[in-house]
Ligand binder design. Structure first.
Ligand code: NDP
Length: 328
C-alpha cells in the first residue's frame, strides 16, 4: 500500500497547453526518462523525481522502449513507481513511449516495420504494467520501410486500444508531410529536438505543424544540460558529459560554446532567471510548441524547470541579444 498522497494544489502550479487541434492538454513542462531512470541509476532518486514532478502538476512522462540503460529499464522504473505511488492517479497521467531504435536481435528488433512496432508496444506495456499508453510514437523514420506500413502500425495501436494517440519523432519536414498523409487518422504530436543550440524545426516544421493542427513537444530543450549553469566551471564528475555513456561528449564543450553559455547566463540573470529557466522560456515562446520535455538528475532540476513558467515573456531587445550571442 502506498503512503504517497499527491499534493492537493498540484493543478495550480503549472500551465496546461492544448496539443494541436485535439482534446489533450499537456503541461508546459514535461519530464522525460531517457536518462537517470535506468537500471544502473538509483531507483529511489527516480521515484522521488517522479513524485515531485507530479506534485508540481507535471502530468506527462515520456519514455522510449530503449531508455535505460539497460534498454527497457526506464519503463520498468516507471512501472515500479506506478505500483508504489502513482497508479491511483493513472487517469491523470499522460504516459508516452516509442519504438524505432535497436531493441532486440534479428531483423525486426529495430526501425519501423509493423512487426517491430506492435511487438515493441506489447513489451513496453508489460514493463510498465499498463493496459494502454497515452501516446505511442514512431521514434524515427525508417528509410527502408514504406511510411504507410509504419503509420498503419500506429493506427492499429490506437484502434486496438493499446494507445490513445499516435505521434512521430525525428521526422523532417518532408518525412512528416508523408507520415501525416499516410496515417489517415489524426497525428497528435511531433517530438523534435529544439533548443537555442538546435533550431532546425524553425525551417518549415513549425509551420507545417501549425497548419496541420499537430502539437509540438521539444526534447533536449536544455541541450542536455549545456544551457544551464552545469558546465560553467568545468565538467562536474556526476554530470552527463562526465559519464561518457551518452550523446553528450566532453569534446562538445568547447571554449567558444562556454563563451556563448556565459553570455546567455548573464542575460538570464538580468531577466531575474537562471539560464535553464530562460532556455525553457525561449523554447515555449514558439506557438507550435505545446510542451518543453526536460530531463533531470535531481528533484531541484524539476523544480527549477517549473519555476521557469513564472517569466516566459521576452522583450525584443532580449531576443535580439540572444540571436547575437548565438551567432558569435
Ligand atoms: P535536457 O536538455 O532538459 O537535459 C537534461 C539534463 O540537463 C539533466 O539530466 C541535467 O544534467 C541537466 N539539467 C536539467 N535541469 C537543470 C538545471 N536546472 N540546472 C542544471 N542542470 C540541469 O533534456 P534531455 O536531454 O534529458 O532530454 C529530455 C527528454 O527528451 C528525454 O528524457 C526523452 O524523454 C526526450 N528525448 C527524446 C528524443 C527523441 O529522439 N525523441 C531524444 C532525446 C531526448 P545532469 O544529468 O548532468 O545533471
Amino acid at each position: 500500500m502506498s503512503e504517497y498522497l499527491a499534493h492537493n494544489g498540484r493543478y495550480e502550479q503549472i500551465e496546461y497547453r492544448r496539443c494541436g487541434r485535439s482534446g489533450l492538454l499537456l503541461p508546459a513542462i514535461s519530464l522525460g526518462l531517457w536518462q537517470n531512470f535506468g537500471g544502473v541509476d538509483g531507483f529511489e532518486n527516480g521515484r522521488a523525481m517522479l513524485r515531485r514532478a507530479f506534485d508540481l502538476g507535471i502530468t506527462h512522462f515520456d519514455l522510449g522502449n530503449n531508455y535505460g540503460p539497460p534498454p527497457g529499464s526506464a519503463e520498468e522504473t516507471l512501472g515500479r513507481a506506478l505500483k508504489l505511488d502513482l497508479a491511483p492517479y493513472r487517469d491523470e497521467l499522460i504516459i508516452s513511449t516509442k519504438a524505432g531504435y535497436d531493441m532486440w536481435p534479428g531483423p525486426h528488433g529495430n526501425w519501423g516495420s509493423r512487426k517491430y512496432l506492435l511487438a515493441s508496444l506489447d513489451q513496453s506495456l508489460k514493463r510498465m504494467g499498463l493496459e494502454y499508453v497515452d501516446i505511442f510514437y514512431s521514434h524515427r523514420p525508417d528509410p527502408a520501410t514504406p511510411v504507410e506500413e509504419t503509420m498503419s502500425a500506429l493506427k492499429h495501436a490506437v484502434h486496438s486500444g493499446k494507445a490513445l494517440y499516435a505521434g512521430i519523432s525525428n521526422y523532417n519536414v518532408e518525412q512528416s508531410r508523408a507520415a501525416i498523409a499516410a496515417l489517415r487518422a489524426p497525428c497528435l504530436i511531433h517530438q523534435m529536438r529544439y533548443s537555442m543550440f538546435q533550431r532546425t524545426p524553425e525551417s518549415g516544421l513549425f509551420e507545417l505543424l501549425a497548419g496541420e493542427g499537430i502539437g509540438g513537444i521539444a526534447f533536449t530543450p536544455l541541450a542536455q544540460g549545456l544551457l544551464t549553469d552545469r558546465y560553467l566551471n568545468g565538467i562536474p564528475p556526476e554530470s552527463r558529459a562526465a559519464k561518457g555513456r551518452t550523446s553528450l561528449q566532453a569534446s562538445q564543450i568547447t571554449e567558444s560554446r562556454i563563451a556563448q553559455i556565459r553570455a546567455l547566463d548573464a542575460l538570464a540573470h538580468e531577466r531575474g532567471q537562471t539560464l535553464a529557466q530562460m532556455a525553457l522560456a525561449w523554447v515555449l515562446r514558439q506557438s507550435a510548441i505545446t510542451s518543453a520535455l526536460i530531463g533531470a538528475s535531481r528533484v531541484q532540476h524539476i523544480e527549477q524547470g517549473v519555476a521557469a513558467l513564472a517569466h516566459t515573456q521576452f522583450e525584443d531587445r532580449e531576443l535580439a541579444r540572444i540571436e547575437q550571442i548565438l551567432t558569435q
